[in-house]
Write a protein that binds this ligand. Structure first.
Ligand code: UDP
Ligand code: MG
Length: 348
């Protein structure tokens, strides 16, 4: 491995490209990329990005190594050594995609910030289209995946289902095919950085903050190397965080379920009394008694589960722990001497 950056196959670069901080002749574009176990992907990604933003007066690439077990951080350092426009943050362990993104947003200095995956599924050529919409006045430019090659059908199905349920429960409109590939204006980034909540779900927050937005469709490509980090467990966790941080409808669902089952129970009780006193018979049946009991217990446990879920979220919030820890950084500091990451602002 380590070959991706090492040795002779590397493309020729100028001795060390200069970092552009506060460019005199135009806005700075930041590209933020969370990376977990993406060794081997970063160099081709950098090359493609460099080509696709070649016309811009100034850009920076911020790669956030989310506690990767492989050589990801070494590649980030090597990229920074070649091109000072590449900056890197290393989180102290794996905090998860959403937090890595957030850490990157905190470090970005551009007037426009593009977030994308490290695996080249999000084609860097689309950046130009995002910028075009931004110049027309959109503060948020979403991308919409139109072609889902290389995405397995269980994933397509579960993501379509999740977005339906999420939109219904939260009233925040999300479409399937919207990933964390988008452009954010500086103003939106500043607003997002004020969010102190745990269980971050950027896809929802970005919709929630408002601002004029546009959508750009793109063709999703195959993952370059390694495999997706979103197994079923991670997907469920993200879905859970997304729903509980945006909606209390599941809690209200409890009231509804409770009403329906109590009505049912009242009816049964009423029927039993009626039959006993007016017909002189007694309704036979341990079976029905058990049936009702099991049903009620089932409903109760579901409700307790939902309550527990929200209670857990409250616990996470009130503890107020930092949401991620930056262990290391490479790249320029901002001229006035601030470190590249405002850990207080981005974390907590
Ligand atoms: N990622 C991360 N931390 C994690 C999991 C993923 O920073 O714990 C990064 C990953 O390297 C990639 C992006 O988040 O750049 C999206 O992950 P992936 O491609 O595995 O998700 P998918 O495209 O399958 O939804
Ligand atoms: Mg991906």
């Amino acid at each position: 491995m380590s070959g991706a950056l090492g040795g002779g196959e590397a493309v020729q670069l100028p001795a060390r490209a200069p970092a552009a901080v506060n460019p005199p002749d135009g806005p700075l574009l930041s590209i933020v990329i969370p990376a977990f176990g993406e060794a081997g992907n970063l160099f081709p990604l950098y090359e493609e990005i460099r080509e696709s933003v070649a016309d811009l007066p100034a850009w920076e690439l911020i790669i956030v190594d989310d506690g990767s077990p492989d050589g990801t951080w070494a590649e980030v350092q090597a990229l920074n050594a070649r091109d000072a426009r590449v900056r890197g943050l290393r989180l102290s362990r794996n905090f998860g995609h959403q937090y890595a993104l957030f850490a990157g947003l905190g470090a970005a200095r551009g007037q426009a910030v593009v977030t994308m995956d490290a695996d080249l599924q999000h084609p860097p050529a689309v950046i130009a289209l995002l910028l075009a919409e931004w110049r027309k006045g959109s503060k948020i430019v979403h991308t919409l995946r139109i072609d889902q090659q290389g995405i397995s059908w269980p994933k397509k199905l579960s993501s379509a289902l999740f977005y339906r349920v999420f939109s219904f429960l939260s009233g925040v409109d999300l479409s399937a095919g919207m990933a964390d590939f988008r452009l954010l204006d500086r103003q939106v980034v500043q607003e997002l950085l004020r969010f102190q909540e745990d269980g971050l779900f950027l896809r929802g927050l970005v919709q929630w903050v408002g601002f004029p937005s546009a959508r750009v469709p793109f063709q999703c490509r195959e993952r370059l190397a390694n495999h997706s980090k979103y197994g079923l467990r991670r997907m469920l966790r993200l879905a859970g965080a997304g729903i509980t941080s945006f909606s209390v409808i599941p809690l209200r669902l409890g009231i509804l379920l409770g009403l329906v089952t109590s009505l049912f129970a009242f009816y049964q009780l009423g029927e039993a009394l009626y039959v006993h006193y007016f017909t002189g018979r007694t309704l036979p049946g341990w079976t029905s008694t058990f049936g009702v009991m099991t049903l009620l217990f089932g409903v109760m446990f579901i409700l307790m589960g939902i309550l527990g879920e929200y209670l857990g979220r409250i616990l996470l919030e009130v503890r107020g722990r930092p949401r991620f820890i930056v262990a290391d950084a490479v790249g320029e500091t901002i001229p006035d001497g601030h470190p590249p990451v405002d850990v207080r602002g981005a974390g907590r």
